[in-house]
Design a protein around this ligand. Structure first.
Ligand code: ZN
Ligand code: ZN
Length: 363
């Protein structure tokens, strides 16, 4: 039997349940979980703030593990054969249809209405389709990426979905060599956005966030300048950014905070004709007011929203990560590793911002 942590509904305690070992179909993979993440998404799931969640679920959407069994001979996207024991991660989004208007015309697969996400929109009644489990069943067609010899599982999972989401955000922001960049928010998405912005050739990176231990991490990830939002009001935060950017504001500002107020400030932190990208507003945290004349039209600003990541971001982020994983103390971002049984404590720790990244080690 296989043990997994099950969230039966919003607000319910996570309980450990036993499942049958998965039967591998042709093209399927059984993964022995090394690590899965506990991220803000899991807190939102526990608060019932995401729509269309078929509780009960096994949470845990980004995970790493070793191949236990494959349904026939399988290859990765580069044509390399997959073997038992290979260290891999997988693209948590599955069943993108490649037939709908969003897939084919808009070419925006992150908005495909048929997409399903491991650990979020699969029910535990459908099998081991989440990472808080000793084994994960990868259905036929789930896209995997070998992590190879160059990536340690601790480094990869220290970012988890944040590593991948932030890669998409930096790419979509239109960042160019020599840009001055502000990253709002110093959780996992913000911290990895700093590292990717460095890779993308930012000349100066200003991290805006709190609390102190996260700001220290922002420095370790490559931020040149740090603004602690605590003790500053909205105008003062904007002023601090302007002081550091020739009075103009930054070329690129990326919001990774989850607080709507950050959007109000972030637009003002962006220079005229600069780019502002919002990736942190993953659930509805409320409204803000803006002045469309000053903040948008006259400012000639480029405003982007950014939802999830597609396979290209997953692929490129993993390949790039092999280049940079030794350059930063990524694994130090893991504040605590929890066992399967400690589900309720780990959710609380993430909810209360006690940890930068919490991971689960089911085996
Ligand atoms: Zn589609
Ligand atoms: Zn996540």
């Amino acid at each position: 039997m296989v043990k997994a942590g099950v969230m039966s509904g919003p607000g319910e305690k996570i309980v450990i349940e036993e499942f049958e070992e998965p039967m591998v179909e042709a093209g399927g993979i059984v993964l022995k979980t090394i690590y899965s993440e506990i991220c803000g998404t899991d807190v939102h799931l526990h608060h019932g703030r995401l729509s269309d969640v078929p509780y009960p679920i096994i949470p845990g959407h980004v995970s790493v593990g070793t191949i236990e069994e494959t349904g026939g001979k399988l290859k990765d996207i580069d044509g390399n054969e997959l073997k038992k024991g290979d260290l891999i991660s997988f693209y948590d989004v599955h069943e993108i249809c490649n037939e709908c208007w969003f897939c084919l015309v808009a070419k925006a697969t992150t908005r495909c209405p048929h997409r399903k996400v491991y650990g979020i929109t699969y029910s535990s009644n459908e099998g081991l389709l989440g990472g808080w489990s000793e084994l994960i069943y990868l259905k036929p067609g789930v896209k995997i990426m070998p992590l190879g010899q160059d990536i340690e599982p601790e480094d990869f999972i220290s970012g988890g979905c944040g590593l991948l989401t932030s890669f998409h955000a930096v790419e979509r922001s239109g960042m160019k060599l020599g840009d001055e960049v502000v990253i709002q928010g110093t959780g996992p998405v913000g911290l990895f956005a700093i590292a990717w912005a460095r890779s993308a050739g930012a000349k100066k990176i200003i991290a805006v966030g709190s609390p102190t231990h996260r700001l220290e991490a922002a420095g370790a990830m490559g931020a040149d300048d740090i603004i602690n939002i605590e003790g500053l009001d909205s105008e003062e935060r904007v002023e601090e950014v302007r002081k550091r950017t020739h009075g103009r504001g930054a070329d690129i500002v990326i919001e990774c905070s989850g607080n709507p107020q950050a959007v109000y400030e972030g637009v003002k932190m962006t220079r005229d004709a600069g780019n502002y990208l919002i990736v942190g507003q993953y659930t509805d945290a409320g409204d803000i007011s803006m002045n469309p004349h000053y903040d948008l039209n006259k400012k000639h600003i480029n405003l982007f929203g950014c939802w999830g990541f597609d396979f290209s971001h997953f692929y490129k982020a993993v390949k790039m990560f092999t280049r940079i994983s030794n350059d930063y103390p990524f694994k130090n971002l893991i504040s605590k590793t929890y066992s399967l049984d400690e589900a309720n404590e780990r959710l609380r720790a993430v909810e209360n911002f006690e940890v930068i990244k919490a991971v689960i080690k089911p085996n």
